[in-house]
Design a protein around this ligand. Structure first.
Ligand code: AMP
Length: 499
């Protein structure tokens, strides 16, 4: 089989019903136990268990504990459960949807192989009975021969909002199928030449895709979706933000005969529930941690700045911190992103920019350089707020604030990966105080403000009662107006500014 080829190829790419709801709120991302039995108890295929051992995933994380058994529950009298899962980035949600899908695809492959062998054995026995020579098995077609290339007809489809996330999910999938014979993974994202993409799709069993390119290939008949049994919509909230609602409806129609749909989203916002009602069958709802509980291993701190220059000085001070392994500095706009990266390069930092206006090839190369440790600082827009999984990112800096509060949570989730601790530093000007309040409301956590001796703001720092008036009722319930008063500086003050 060419499964190994497919892995190598895909690696190159990288460069509501309330009655059904299971109101489980568990903090993530740490695995739940340490005795190594959790995945075995789920009855996962031995090939997948071997890959989990290789990856040192000794125990399932809370979202995996909840979602995998539910997703696997499938019997003759009851169709597979559709799942609507609210889970934060960094919680292990990718393996939570990949493992059950892969397990079922593997079982199906094994059953098909068994049936084929049985049919063949019967054919041989009948020939012998007739006194004829046993028939010879037809030679297998070389699957790498382009003459045998047929349009892909995958059994599973994972939809992601961004190329970066799709590539990360495909990479995780490749890691998980390393011991599976003949389970091929392909990644379909925009920005890649069509012929290369079509070649890579060949014989794919599980396709990870962004909606636009997927539908392009489907319309040009390079890919059929009628055999899709499993549809996963990852980061559904972001999908809607990016205007993919119509594409999702089209994919839903094209895969109408599927047996299971899983949707993952940061929240159960009403628009997500409406989408679920349209494309899912009375899904089981699983709430595995909330924005409020997420990121317990990430320390968050806020520095008030007088203006842009002051912010720049604060950033410069921070970037010289020797505890930084690797860092992402988030900018608000592509222009700010480019300018900041250039500025940092000029003063000697190993920094590169990453944003949506760069070619996909360049984005891939820059991400790979970050992964390989050839670059220390990635200056990025929110295109990088999701999907980047580099455990050595020790710090995240919010130089420019995110447009949406959810993005704050996604941004800081780039650090503190794989059970490590992380530090998220936010710089804000007084005029940004409303945005800071909104973030605090969303996360239900006050952002602790701190100062660097010698780099204190000259303007009066925001204090209790000084926050702007909110209009309407805050969605989060508890108000943090007044939180500033309680912001004792629990954060260790740092030395005087350098550089
Ligand atoms: P995700 O939320 O899927 O992006 O996963 C976040 C990180 O957790 C990734 O680095 C995964 O490789 C890692 N991870 C996922 N499941 C486990 C597990 N059971 N044990 C340890 N690490 C895990």
């Amino acid at each position: 089989m060419t499964d190994l080829n497919s892995h190598a190829l895909a690696e190159v790419v990288l460069d509501t019903s309330d009655d059904n709801s299971i109101a489980t709120t568990v903090a993530s991302p740490k695995p739940t136990a340490v005795d190594g039995s959790g995945f075995v108890e789920m009855g996962l295929a031995p090939e997948l268990l071997a890959a989990l051992r290789d990856l040192s995933f000794t125990q399932p994380t809370p979202v995996q504990v909840r979602a995998i058994p539910l997703a696997l529950q499938d019997n003759a009298d009851k169709p597979a459960n559709d799942l609507l899962v609210s889970s934060q980035t960094g919680s292990g949600k990718t393996a939570a949807f990949l493992l059950p899908v892969m397990h079922t695809l593997l079982q199906q492959q094994k059953q098909a192989e068994k049936a084929e062998n049985k049919a063949w054995a019967e054919k041989v026995a009948q020939a012998v009975e007739r006194g004829e020579e046993a028939p010879k098995k037809p030679r297998r077609k070389n699957p790498t021969d382009t003459r045998h290339v047929k349009p892909a007809n995958p059994g599973a489809l994972i939809l992601c909002p961004t190329r970066e996330l799709a590539q990360q999910v495909a990479k995780d999938a490749i890691d998980l199928v390393r011991h599976c014979k003949g389970l091929r993974i392909a990644c379909v994202v925009g920005g890649m030449p069509y012929p290369l993409q079509i070649a890579r799709l060949h014989n794919a069993d599980l396709v990870v895709a962004t909606p636009g390119r997927l539908l392009d290939l489907q319309r040009s008949k390079q890919l059929h979706l009628d055999k899709v049994q499993f549809l996963v919509v990852d980061e559904a909230d972001r999908m809607l933000d990016l205007g993919f609602a119509e594409d999702l409806a089209e994919v839903h129609k094209l895969t109408e005969k599927r047996r299971q749909t899983m949707m993952f989203s940061a929240t159960f916002a009403p628009r997500i529930q409406q989408l679920a009602a349209r494309i899912m069958r009375t899904p089981q709802r699983l709430q595995v941690d909330s924005p409020q509980e997420a990121h317990v291993n990430i320390k968050q701190v806020l520095f008030w700045a007088d203006n842009q220059q002051h912010k720049r000085k604060l950033l410069d001070h921070w970037l010289r911190d020797t505890t930084i392994d690797q860092a992402i500095v988030f900018a608000s706009t592509q222009i700010e992103c480019d300018a900041l990266a250039e500025d940092l390069q000029q003063v000697g930092f190993s920094a590169v920019a990453l944003h949506g206006a760069l070619s996909q090839g360049l984005r891939n190369r820059r991400l790979q350089a970050l992964r390989d440790g050839r670059v220390q600082i990635l200056v990025a827009t929110d295109v990088a707020a999701r999907g980047i999984d580099v455990p050595s990112i020790s710090h995240v800096f919010n130089f420019g604030l995110p447009m949406k509060q959810e993005d704050y949570v996604h941004r800081i989730g780039r650090t503190g990966r794989a059970g490590r601790d992380g530090l998220a530093v936010t710089f804000a000007e007084w005029r940004d105080r409303r945005k800071i309040l909104d973030i605090e409301h969303f996360t239900q956590q006050p952002l602790r403000a701190d100062m660097i001796p010698g780099l204190e703001p000259t303007q009066r720092a925001p204090r209790a009662g000084a926050e702007p008036k909110r209009f309407g009722k805050p969605s989060g319930g508890r108000s943090y107006a007044g939180a500033a008063a309680k912001r004792g500086s629990g954060f260790k003050p740092r030395g005087p500014a350098r550089g």
